[in-house]
Design a protein around this ligand. Structure first.
Ligand code: BES
Ligand code: MN
Ligand code: ZN
Length: 506
């Protein structure tokens, strides 16, 4: 998708469709049966005039994602005018705007429109921030998961070009240009991650994932090393290998390094991702119902690969290494069994109670390896537990943090990006559940607090290195389409990770 900046008067813009946001300025709640006070978020009198009749008719309420499409609007050079509801003016933010841009893309592409212009609303959001949110939302909305549909008509169509119309306060052309580029890089990286996650397991084996990482790294100038079973055994990654040993498909340990000149040597961020390209559960096999979804169990790893792409292109001055542990989790004659004991890379022994609790095993060795490579701060992302879905549903990802300062930094970054995450606890009392009769710990405990148990397990391997764990099991896959995003892979956490990394710039 092409992106263009324009500072022309919206009514003078020739485009297939001009999109303007309308807001409800009535501050009272809906249930008070008050009429909305709808305003067009552009100071262009001609645009307001064109929208006047349909607004005064009461047809337009400004409700979030409400769309009103006018053809041949009077006084405008645009062929169409789309009034896009943005909800209450009081609560309108960049996060809303990002979604609106996605909704505009999804609405218009389904009407065979290929290009349009979006007017940055003249609200409290600064132009460059609004612009960036629109670019991000538009790219995210343009993603279509129907890769293997053979009927072209059945395939979702895409938007080819978007023009973003900036207004009066936008003097600094350079800042605007760089905001647009940054939005584009981050959103394309998010879609790169979604590409990987969308692929089924027969088309995204650990080896193929390693190849995709290598190809991307060569394109953006990152260092990428990929290793197989030999290296995993040589590093004594007994927990990772315990999962990988049951599969005919070889595992892959993917290491991406970003080491810019001028970065402070005190900080070395480590991004560790779970990439189980298919999770059958192993010998503790999962029920058939819904098992097809376990192709997205590599989303954490795919997120880290996509984040590294964005980092390589945005070039923050901070050293970052990503470690992705890719394997299948299969039952077979070679598979690990409940009761087996594995010795992790750190030397700690693990009694395998449930072979379906495999993500924490591959991450245990990934975290240990990151520490060995000298990482000073660790973040992992993983579709780790069904329990996090029980706790937070499909709305918020779970965050766990061993260090409050690091958490604060992450929370600031997270807030900027509009991704929803909620912190869950790591009290020492939970450690009790890790006890094993035969080894240093078990890999699975009781049903209760399952997401916390998994995080406590990982903490044993992050040890004293400040660490954040993101459990994205409920949020990496959209169970249904939303106005702003298709059903399928979401690319959650990538934007927060990239913003977080930028925050460490020296
Ligand atoms: N990959 C799953 C977690 C998952 C569940 C991801 C739902 C996406 C959606 C993970 O490997 C798993 O199987 N976890 C088990 C752990 C249990 C056996 C202790 C779970 O959550 O049921
Ligand atoms: Mn599992
Ligand atoms: Zn899993």
């Amino acid at each position: 998708m092409n992106t263009n900046l324009s500072s022309s008067v919206p009514s003078q813009l020739e485009t297939d469709c001009l999109v303007v946001v309308v807001l409800d300025r009535n501050e009272k709640d809906r249930n008070e049966k008050d009429k909305p006070v709808v305003t067009v978020e552009s100071s262009d009198a001609a645009v307001r005039e064109a929208a006047k009749d349909v607004i005064s008719s009461g047809e337009v309420t400004g409700k979030t994602f409400e769309t009103t499409l006018l053809h041949r609007p009077t006084g405008l050079k645009a062929k169409r005018l789309l009034l896009l509801g943005g909800g209450k003016a009081k609560t309108f933010s960049a996060a809303e705007l990002r979604k609106l841009a996605g909704a505009a893309v999804r609405t218009l592409k389904s009407k065979s429109i290929r290009s349009f212009a979006f007017v940055v609303p003249e609200t409290a959001i600064p132009s460059s921030q609004g612009l960036r949110a629109i670019v991000e939302g538009a790219f995210v909305g343009n993603f279509d998961p129907g890769y293997y549909k053979s009927d072209r008509n059945d395939k979702d169509q895409k938007i080819d070009a978007i023009t973003i119309v900036v207004h009066g306060d936008a003097h600094d052309a350079k800042a605007l240009e760089s905001a647009m580029q940054a939005g584009r890089i981050v959103a394309e990286s998010q879609n790169f991650t979604r590409d990987l996650v969308n692929e089924p397991s027969n088309r995204m084996t650990p080896t193929m994932m390693a190849e995709r990482a290598k190809k991307m790294a060569a394109e953006v100038g990152l260092n990428c090393e990929t290793y197989g079973a030999d290296k995993i055994k040589q590093l004594k990654m007994g927990a990772f290998w315990g999962v990988a040993q049951g599969s005919d498909e070889p595992p892959a340990l993917i290491v991406l390094r970003y080491d810019p000149v001028g970065a402070a040597d005190k900080v070395h961020l480590g991004l560790v991702g779970k990439a189980v390209t298919f999770d059958t559960g192993g010998i503790s096999i999962k029920p058939a119902d819904g098992m097809e979804k376990m192709k997205y169990d590599m989303a954490g790893g795919a997120t880290m690969i996509g984040a590294m792409r964005a980092i390589a292109l945005l070039k923050p001055k901070v050293k970052v290494t990503a470690i992705i542990c890719a394997t299948e989790n299969m039952p077979s004659g070679k598979a690990q069994k409940p009761g087996d004991v594995q010795i992790a890379m750190s030397g700690k022994s693990i009694e395998i109670i449930n072979t379906d609790a495999e993500g924490r095993l591959v991450l245990a060795d990934g975290l240990c390896y990151a520490r060995q490579l000298g990482c000073t701060h660790l973040v992992d992302a993983a579709t780790l537990t069904g329990a996090v879905v029980v706790a937070l549903g499909y709305v918020n990802a779970g965050i766990f943090a061993s260090d409050d300062q690091m958490y604060e930094r992450f929370a600031i970054a997270n807030k900027q990006t509009g991704e929803k995450m909620w912190r869950l606890p790591l009290d020492d009392e939970y450690k009790e559940n890790l006890k094993s009769n035969i080894a240093d710990m078990v890999n699975a405990g009781s049903r209760w607090g399952g997401a916390i148990f998994a995080a406590m397990f990982l903490k044993e391997f992050a040890e004293d290195t400040p660490w954040i764990h993101l459990d994205i099991a409920g949020t990496a896959w959209m169970e249904e389409a939303k106005p702003w995003i298709a059903k399928g892979p979401s690319g959650i956490a990538l934007r927060s990770l990239v913003e977080f990394v930028k925050g460490w710039e020296s």
